[in-house]
Design a protein around this ligand. Sequence first.
Ligand SMILES: [Zn+2]
Ligand SMILES: [Zn+2]
Length: 273
Amino acid sequence: MPDHICVTCGTQHAEREHPPARCAICEDERQYVGPDGQRWTTLERLRETHENRIEPEGDGNAPYGIGTVPKFAIGQRALLVQAPGGNVLWDCVTLWDDATARRIEALGGVSAIAISHPHYYTTMVEWARALDVPVYLHEADRAWVMRPDPRLTFWSGETREIGDGLTLLRLGGHFPGGQVLHWRDGAEGRGALLTGDIIQVVPDTRWVSFMYSYPNLIPLPAAEVRRIADAVRPLAFDRVYGAWWGLNVLADARGAVLRSADRYVAALARVGG
Ligand SMILES: [Zn+2]
Ligand SMILES: [Zn+2]
């Protein structure tokens, strides 16, 4: 029986004979159902038309980006962090195929997967089974898992270490369990933060933003943005790697996040938020 994949968000649902009637992730107000209505595909079909591009996301010890061409669903790229204690796959994309498996093997394999929030859960169970690794998700977003599996490892609280110098922080905001990965040795030892949609790098990459819904342009309350800024303030990081190719803050990223939070809260105050 096929594992049906939502074409709009790329989420694989548990196997069943017929596609589900709806995708809960897309019907949520943080996402959307496309103008043609709910559509489904399968991994087998996707493999015939798409492939993954895998290349470094910058210089130095930058992580490798993994993105699908042509664009599929939301269009994010995942990141492979190479660490002496074991590589970590940060976020995920829907297309899992043999070419991707071979490339990841050549890059040193993967010891763990962690995913920022439900929009990037995609086919995480395919990746976890093939690589035989756990997937770290925050307990607060458990209800958004559409394909349960014993490899999904839910954690609670505010921080969770998943490797030497690799720490998950729950920042919430976009989703209650929204998490980011602090990589102590990133940016040649100055530290890096991998943020998915939880802190979004914007086209002027000296800045970031924060939203409840990106496609529907619904902002977060000021108190949530202040809380996120306070949570990252104690951390050392010089770079932020966002959710898209090239959208990374490459210098003074901690300052950029704190300045961006101030700018956001000031903008909300102007509209009475
Ligand atoms: Zn969907
Ligand atoms: Zn999202």
